[in-house]
Design a protein around this ligand. Structure first.
Ligand code: MG
Length: 204
């Protein structure tokens, strides 16, 4: 399986990092070694002094496809989970300044904690109005709603599938709302879709 991710998909988050608003989705990938499951702890790596949390909804692909038209895209994902797109902001900043790839800043070991439970799309009444959030030690840090995405799920699937064949089991991180920030040892991160806590783990 592969992990695809969309950068800069929420306007308020683009502003907080002084980034340019993209005309097309910003795409990057993470290797499967980035995944953390079962609420396993995240160990702060020693190569960065600024690891940021980015809470994101994660789509699960249920059918192989390429060059998928937007109007058929909803047949290619069947469930939505939640994950953290951990980002070594200092390494990413250095790469951005030099126009170099972000891989080490985004794809390092453990950089993709993902909920074990995914919510079936069929049980979600409105995909364009899903609330999700992140608390740290009980304090609200990030809150998003899919109505605020620049590129919606169907557009993302269609766009990605022009370049990459999507396969069953692939995951897509769909972008983070504003409120990103650094994590510290001892932080407990809890991620919610609506009022349901789907992911909780400690930073060590
Ligand atoms: Mg992100």
């Amino acid at each position: 399986m592969r992990i695809f991710a969309i950068g800069r998909n929420y306007a308020e988050h683009i502003k907080e990092l002084n980034n340019e608003r993209p005309d097309e989705p910003v795409i990057f990938t993470k290797p499967d070694t980035a995944i953390l499951r079962n609420n396993a702890p995240f160990y702060l790596p020693d190569f960065s002094n600024d690891i940021h949390h980015e809470v994101e909804l994660v789509l699960r692909i249920c059918k192989e496809g390429k060059n998928i038209q937007e109007k058929f895209a909803n047949k290619y994902y069947d469930a939505i989970g939640i994950g953290i797109d951990f980002t070594a902001r200092d390494l990413q900043q250095k790469a951005k300044e030099k126009g170099l790839p972000w891989d080490i800043a985004k794809g390092f070991n453990g950089s993709a904690p993902i909920s074990d439970k995914f919510i079936p799309v069929t049980s979600i009444s409105d995909l364009k109005n899903i609330n999700f959030s992140l608390t740290i030690n009980g304090e609200l840090k990030q809150q998003g709603n899919t109505s605020l995405m620049l590129f919606n799920f169907d557009f993302i699937i269609s766009y990605l599938s022009k370049f990459f064949t999507l396969r069953t089991g692939d995951l897509i991180f769909t972008g983070t709302p504003k409120g990103v920030g650094a994590v510290k040892v001892g932080n407990v991160l809890s991620a919610y879709i609506e009022d349901e806590k789907l992911l909780e783990f400690e930073v060590k």
